[in-house]
Structures are given as structure tokens and as C-alpha cells.
Write a protein that binds this ligand. Structure first.
Ligand SMILES: *[C@@H]1O[C@H](CO)[C@@H](O)[C@H](O)[C@H]1NC(C)=O
Ligand SMILES: *[C@@H]1O[C@H](CO)[C@@H](O)[C@H](O)[C@H]1NC(C)=O
Ligand SMILES: *[C@@H]1O[C@H](CO)[C@@H](O)[C@H](O)[C@H]1NC(C)=O
Ligand SMILES: *[C@@H]1O[C@H](CO)[C@@H](O)[C@H](O)[C@H]1NC(C)=O
Ligand SMILES: *[C@@H]1O[C@H](CO)[C@@H](O)[C@H](O)[C@H]1NC(C)=O
Length: 402
């Protein structure tokens, strides 16, 4: 068996691992999950109270939300428990917060430490395929990018939790989960219902991304935009995306024997068992339009709305020939922010985090905590075996201050 065949098989095997997870009525396209949702599907949550909720967005998407109101020690703590909303990154879902043992899983750790934990699943992921009028088999279902997560999903989710708890919330984002919050804050949204935000692997500027997989996927999507837009759903376990990866893996300098490293950077602290649990549940679909939006950001190093690549279309959507920018300097200076990033991260790289910090240079000093971990890469922040000591303990200390 030559190396390339082996690579292709490895990718297909990951795909079949994904296919064996509960995903009924599958035709290779996304379908509504009927395994009862994240609470009942995830073993790690069994000893925790966990309730399923749905949030309907202004444009009709039905997002799945899980609430873990308290931890294993019960609801003994007096006083209201501050709500915390966790938002995952692109191509993953809320399950990624729940893969580690309880003392290493941020969601369960927060529940055990007095927080009322809420996990949201972005539109297009396995548990958020519902819509008031569209089917996920309909290309129109996938006609959105992260602009819509900013405009609809986050405001609806914040409002829902606020209505349920009558309290302002803490926010924790990873990767794309940070971008949509930064973008919302920069437009003055969400902040009236926010206590503080912790941003893990901040994604804002991505012009310096070093991930060979991500930069090559970005280039291909931009070179062949009209072909890719016809594939409305970007499903990493589908033929089109596997072919794309296979093409990329033919390039000599890319090591696809270790796809995780080629995609996220060299993670220091993942156990092999966590990678196999991860592959049982992830990767998840997103829209191709969303991936193209990221590719545009990687190419021009700016944070703009989705570019239709056509003056007339841009004018139709935005009233301007060029898409409007999200301006990070407009993030209110008094929003308490905790930023954690890693020296080995190939997606949220130091140069780009520095650009973001430049935009925040007028931020109130005592409202901005920046933590750099030399040997951490993108996945260590959610699944690292010592992430509790490295990131979550300082993160929780920060939340408690606000
Ligand atoms: C959420 O909506 C889905 C359909 O999208 C439905 O199957 C499920 O029962 C709903 N769950 C709750 C808790 O309302
Ligand atoms: C994209 O197109 C450019 C210019 O035509 C070419 O140099 C580059 O190799 C292409 N990249 C990919 C990944 O197709
Ligand atoms: C993960 O690996 C580390 C280092 O090898 C080890 O100390 C730890 O017990 C492992 N944890 C789990 C949950 O397997
Ligand atoms: C953002 O706003 C600042 C201050 O208002 C301005 O100086 C800067 O040029 C803007 N940046 C972008 C990318 O629009
Ligand atoms: C986390 O684990 C890595 C790898 O074993 C180690 O190099 C690092 O020092 C650890 N960090 C902490 C704070 O324990």
C-alpha cells in the first residue's frame, strides 16, 4: 500500500467513524439527529443534570442548546448561579466541550464550580438542523456565513438565556466562537446582557494563519468559488471535501498522516483516547459560504462581511460596492475580556492575535487579561489533559471577578 492510498484510507476511516455515530436517515447529507440530543448522547454528562432547549433565530433556524444548571455536588450553593454560555468553533459542535473527564472538561468544571452552564450548537451542526420552513437538504438552508451567526444566532441565544435566568451572562468562545462575539461586541450588540467574555484561541484577523490544510482549503475555495457554492453544505465527511483533502495531501510538504496537526498546529497535550472520542462526534458540517467567508479573511487579512465578489451583489446586500468591515476598535473599552492563545496554534497565530490586541490598545487595563501558553495549539485549549491548570482555573478566576 503506497503512502497516498494509506492517507486516503485514513481519511475514509475517520469518515466511517463519523458515519457510525447515531445519525439516522443519513444519505451522506445532514439529517436531523434523533438520538435524544447532546444530554442523553454524551456519557460524560450522565451524572450531571442536563436539559435540552431550543432557540429559534430571527431567520428561522432552530438551535439546540443544553443547560447544565449545577454540578455533581448538587444545588446546595446559596445565591444565584451566574449563567455561562459556551460557543464552539467551526466544523465542531457543543460535544467538543464534553469529551474530557469531568475535572478536565470546561463545561462540567464550570458546573461544579457554581456556574449555570449553557452550551449552544451552531446552525448546520448535527443537533441544529431544524428550521421553521427549510429542510437541511435544501440548498437555501445553507445560505449563510458567520455574519448570520452575529446577526441572528448570538442575539437570540443571549436573549433566551437572559429570559430564562434574569441574569447577565458570561461568555466563553473557542475559535469561531470568539470571532462572532468580537464582531457582535464591535457593533454594540450583546454587551447589555454580558458580564464578561473569555476568548480561547481568538479568531479575528487570520491573514497570518500557518495551517497548511486551512490555507490550502482557503485557496482552493477562492479559486473555485462557483463550483463550491453549488455544494451548499460543507460536510467534511462527504465526497467533495474528501476529494479536496486528497488533492491537498498530494502536495509533498503537507503531512496528512497527522491531519489534526496539519490543521490545528502541534498540540502538546492531547491523549490518544481524546482524539478518538473527538473523531466519533466531529467534524461537523458548516455552510460552504461560511468557509468561503473565512477564506476571504485569510486572503485579505481584514474582517469584513461576506464578499459576493460582485459589485452589484454587494450593493444589493450592503448598499456599498465593498462589504462593510467589522471594526475591532469599536469593541466597548469596558467589556471585561480574557484572551488565551497558544504559541503552537496554526489557526489563531501570534501575529494575528497581536493585530487584535493593537485594536484593543485603548481597552481599560483592568478589563483585559491576556494569557499566552507557549506549547499550546488550537485543540489543547478545549481538550488538553492539563487545560484545567493551564487555562480553565485562571479563566474561572477571571469570571468570578466580574
Ligand atoms: C427541538 O426541536 C427539534 C426539531 O428541530 C425537536 O425534534 C425537539 O423535540 C425540540 N426539543 C425541545 C427540547 O424542545
Ligand atoms: C489558485 O490559483 C492561483 C492562480 O491561478 C494558483 O497560483 C494557485 O496554485 C491555485 N491554488 C490552488 C490551491 O488551486
Ligand atoms: C492523559 O495523558 C497524560 C500524560 O500521558 C496522563 O497523565 C493522563 O492520566 C491521561 N489522562 C487520561 C484521561 O487518559
Ligand atoms: C476602525 O475605527 C478606527 C477609529 O474609529 C479607525 O481609525 C480605523 O481606520 C477603523 N478601521 C477599519 C478597518 O475600518
Ligand atoms: C502541560 O503538559 C505539558 C506536556 O506534558 C507540559 O509540558 C506542561 O508543562 C504542562 N503544563 C502545566 C501547567 O502543567
Amino acid at each position: 500500500m503506497d503512502k497516498l492510498t494509506f492517507i486516503f484510507l485514513s481519511i475514509l476511516l475517520c469518515g466511517s467513524a463519523v458515519a457510525t455515530r447515531p445519525r439516522p436517515r443519513t444519505t451522506g447529507r445532514a439529517t436531523l439527529a434523533d438520538d435524544g440530543g447532546v444530554c442523553s448522547a454524551i456519557v460524560g454528562v450522565q451524572n450531571y443534570p442536563c436539559h435540552e432547549h431550543n432557540v429559534t433565530t430571527g431567520d428561522g433556524y432552530i438551535l439546540s442548546l443544553q443547560n447544565i444548571p449545577f454540578g455533581q455536588s448538587g444545588n446546595a450553593a446559596t445565591g444565584p448561579r451566574p449563567p455561562v454560555l459556551l460557543h464552539h468553533g467551526v466544523l465542531t459542535d457543543a460535544v467538543t466541550w464534553l469529551l474530557s473527564p469531568p475535572e478536565q472538561s470546561l463545561a462540567l468544571l464550570l458546573a461544579d464550580n457554581g456556574f449555570d452552564v449553557w452550551l449552544v450548537n451552531a446552525r448546520g451542526t448535527k443537533y441544529s438542523l431544524g428550521h421553521t420552513s427549510l429542510s437541511s437538504n435544501d440548498p437555501a438552508f445553507w445560505d449563510w456565513s458567520w455574519d448570520e451567526l452575529v446577526a441572528y444566532d448570538l442575539p437570540a441565544t443571549f436573549q433566551y438565556i437572559y429570559d430564562q435566568t434574569s441574569q447577565k451572562l458570561h461568555y466563553v468562545g473557542h475559535s469561531m466562537g470568539t470571532l462572532i462575539a468580537f464582531a457582535g461586541f464591535s457593533k454594540g450588540q450583546l454587551v447589555d446582557k454580558l458580564r464578561s467574555a473569555a476568548m480561547l484561541c481568538p479568531i479575528a484577523y487570520i491573514g497570518h494563519m500557518t495551517s497548511p490544510i486551512a490555507t490550502n482549503v482557503a485557496q482552493t475555495l477562492l479559486n473555485q468559488t462557483s463550483y463550491w457554492l453549488k455544494i451548499a453544505e460543507f460536510n467534511p465527511t462527504d465526497e467533495a471535501v474528501l476529494q479536496l483533502l486528497l488533492q491537498i495531501c498530494k502536495q509533498k510538504h503537507i503531512n496528512c498522516l497527522d491531519l489534526m496537526t496539519s490543521y490545528t498546529g502541534q498540540n502538546c497535550c492531547l491523549n490518544s483516547s481524546i482524539i478518538s472520542s473527538f473523531l466519533k462526534n466531529e467534524p461537523q458540517s458548516t455552510s460552504t459560504k461560511n468557509m468561503i467567508h473565512f477564506a476571504q479573511m485569510a486572503q485579505d487579512g481584514m474582517i469584513k462581511m461576506y464578499d459576493y465578489g460582485d459589485v452589484k451583489e454587494n450593493v444589493k446586500h450592503y448598499g456599498t460596492p465593498v462589504p462593510p468591515s467589522y471594526n475591532m476598535t469599536n469593541i466597548p473599552n469596558d467589556v471585561p475580556l480574557f484572551l488565551a492563545y497558544g504559541g503552537k496554534d496554526a489557526l489563531s497565530v501570534s501575529e494575528d492575535v497581536k493585530l487584535l490586541l493593537d485594536s484593543l490598545h485603548e481597552h481599560e487595563q483592568d478589563k483585559l487579561v491576556v494569557q499566552y501558553t507557549e506549547n499550546y495549539a488550537h485543540a489543547d485549549f478545549i481538550m488538553g489533559f492539563n487545560a484545567t491548570q493551564v487555562v480553565y482555573d485562571p479563566l474561572m478566576a477571571f469570571l468570578r471577578l466580574h
